[in-house]
Design a protein around this ligand. Structure first.
Ligand SMILES: *[C@@H]1O[C@H](CO)[C@@H](O)[C@H](O)[C@H]1NC(C)=O
Ligand SMILES: *[C@@H]1O[C@H](CO)[C@@H](O)[C@H](O)[C@H]1NC(C)=O
Length: 575
């Protein structure tokens, strides 16, 4: 504080002395104001004090684009069936134009960095042109730049360490121009969405009526949700992809996770023997690695179920490392990499997410707009909704009030969120299926009718515990209970929306195969199409609920619901 005060006096003096000169004065860089700050160290993290001296981080400075709504406007044009520009996707260069900052924004930020002795040679432009990246900034310098106090924090359960600050500031003159800076206040540990063995005994699942209970008892159960069962249930059995090479399915792993080829081969030999030559390419991002002898379970289940549905479509697995500041800068490093590619897989599956409330609104908005850029490029992004129903534990906030806990990036309106189901005839909601409403993103127009119909039906139940004007999740659902996988040569069963996402991604990839084969553009951002009037491609799920927060949760009902979304895929009807 004292330091800034002194500078402030100096700059006032300088203004007086130099006031008559023609060269425009730079703004008072010492006029620092808080950009984002938490009241306390976020839950589950503890400070280990200052990071070792000489610790370097890569600092991303996200700039406001010249045309603020341009990317989202373009996204809806290319993804709204019937729009003259439907599926007229943009190139990397065209997107760069849409997200370009104002020249004065660039000038101002550069002069601020220059003031702090950061040479322009260490600054590069990323994320299609709206983010400045400062490579290898010392923590000491970052503290000065951002009026921050970077420390080493450890996740109390996972032991993972990250370099973050509880708050940061920017000169007042930059607030309008800078969306967010990362890494700063994002304390997250990207969570995978599966569990084994599953423990049902700590959940209280109440059926709403006697009639409901009778209906549940008549449904059919399967011992094992195998690939052949999924291909029968979602009606993809008779479709064989044939575009060889052009259509690609991407699976994103974080935390340095990657799958095993040997386990994939063992899985396919047992469950799709005609497809036992299934393989994948690993692309290493941000220090991600690939050591086939040390696979990860999440990565294994993702690749095994994507291949189970989409073989022989080529698969790319992105092994995203944690980067110098830990835990991937939460999607930013992978998004930076993928948006820089000329060609991106038409379909992408992500099974990692976090509580929306664990990241700042401005950071969530920034990452969400990067997902919108993928949609503008013609990419369908499927993400898992989470495994905690309406929220894990008591759902108490720091202020002592209860609030349901939706998960990000699912709450971003520009991705397609996959919830979980179980059984068949009829298929019902899995009781852990993540669902609810965003506190950061308002309800997009494509789901206005579907979601407001649900809310009318819900009435005032749970009023004040969720945001009734927020984006509703999930959008779609698929089987998520008791699916066999191979891991380190052994077979085991897994449960979670982590598996539902690659299953749906595999089905979407088959649709893209057919579109490309017949000379058309791929599906791109799916939601305006899925929510379209009279869309008949999904099977509505109308039973089950998603308890959490010590409450019964929402119920799956006819039409959209925050448990299973619009329902589960029917491939031939979608086709
Ligand atoms: C499952 O939950 C019950 C009750 O909370 C507990 O006693 C049991 O140890 C749990 N089992 C596992 C495998 O976690
Ligand atoms: C509810 O959502 C709207 C739209 O995203 C937002 O402006 C508002 O702040 C949210 N309210 C709460 C209490 O989070």
């Amino acid at each position: 504080m004292h330091y800034y005060h002194c500078i402030s006096v100096l700059s006032v003096l300088a203004t007086g002395l130099l006031g008559g000169l023609a060269k425009p004065l730079s703004p008072p860089w010492d006029d620092m104001h808080v950009k984002h700050s938490w009241n306390t160290v976020p839950r589950n993290w503890e400070s280990l004090g200052h990071p070792p001296s000489g610790t370097l981080i890569d600092l991303y400075i996200a700039l406001k684009p010249q045309r603020e709504k341009a990317v989202v406007d373009a996204l809806y044009k290319v993804s709204e069936p019937g729009h003259p520009r439907y599926r007229a996707y943009l190139t990397k260069e065209q997107v760069a134009e849409l997200v370009a900052p104002r020249p004065e924004t660039l000038e101002l930020v550069h002069s601020w960095l220059e003031h702090h002795g950061i040479s322009s040679s260490s600054i590069s432009m990323t994320h299609g042109g709206n983010t400045l990246m400062l490579k290898g900034v010392s923590v000491t310098q970052a503290n000065t730049l951002l009026g921050a106090s970077y420390q080493l924090y450890r996740h109390v359960e996972r032991g993972e360490t990250i370099v973050r600050t509880v708050g940061y500031s920017l000169p007042r003159a930059l607030h309008w121009h800078v969306l967010t800076v990362a890494p700063t206040t994002t304390f997250v540990f990207p969570r995978t969405q599966w569990q084994t063995p599953r423990n049902l005994s700590d959940r209280v699942v109440k059926s709403t009526s006697g009639e409901h209970a009778t209906m549940l008892s008549s449904r059919a159960k399967v011992d094992s949700v195998t690939p052949s069962f999924l291909r029968w249930l979602y009606d993809t059995e008779t479709y064989t992809p044939s575009t060889r090479g052009e259509n690609v399915l991407g699976i994103v792993g974080f935390l340095g996770d990657y799958p095993s080829q040997a386990d994939l081969t063992a899985f396919m030999q047992k469950y799709r023997s005609e497809a036992d030559d299934a393989t994948f390419t690993v692309v290493e991002v941000n220090g991600g690695r690939y050591d086939p002898t040390h696979p990860n379970e999440e990565a294994n289940m993702d690749i095994q179920y994507a291949e189970a549905m989409a073989y022989p479509t080529p698969h790319i697995f992105y092994s995203t490392g944690k980067g110098p500041s830990g835990t991937d800068n939460y999607f930013v490093s992978w998004l930076e990499f993928i948006l820089d590619q000329e060609n991106i897989p038409q379909t992408i599956s992500i099974s990692y997410n976090n509580e929306e409330r664990s990241i700042s609104r401005e950071y969530a908005i920034y990452v969400c707009e990067l997902f919108a850029e993928l949609g503008v490029r013609g990419v369908s992004v499927l993400v898992s909704s989470g495994n905690d129903g309406i929220g894990k534990g008591t759902c108490l906030r720091d202020d002592g009030t209860v609030r349901f806990i939706p998960r990000f990036p699912g709450t971003c309106p520009y991705v397609t969120v996959v919830g979980g189901t179980t059984d068949y005839k009829p298929e019902v909601a899995a009781d852990f299926s993540g669902g609810g409403f965003s506190d950061y993103f308002k309800r997009p127009s494509y789901q206005e009718e579907a979601v407001s119909t649900f809310l009318r039906d819900l009435g005032n139940q749970y009023q004040g515990l969720y945001n009734a004007s927020g984006r509703g999740i999930p959008d779609i659902a698929a089987q998520a209970v008791g699916l066999p996988i191979f891991f380190n040569g052994n077979e085991q069963k897994e449960t979670g929306t982590s598996i539902a996402a690659p299953v749906v991604a595999g089905i979407i990839s088959l649709l893209n195969d057919w579109l490309i084969l017949t000379g058309r553009e791929p599906l791109g951002f799916l939601n305006p199409w899925l929510y379209g009037r009279n869309f008949g491609g999904l099977v509505d799920i109308t039973e089950g609920s998603n308890p959490g927060c010590n409450m019964d949760g929402f119920s799956a009902i006819p039409g959209w619901d925050p448990v299973t979304g619009l329902g589960t895929p029917d491939f031939h009807n979608m086709l």
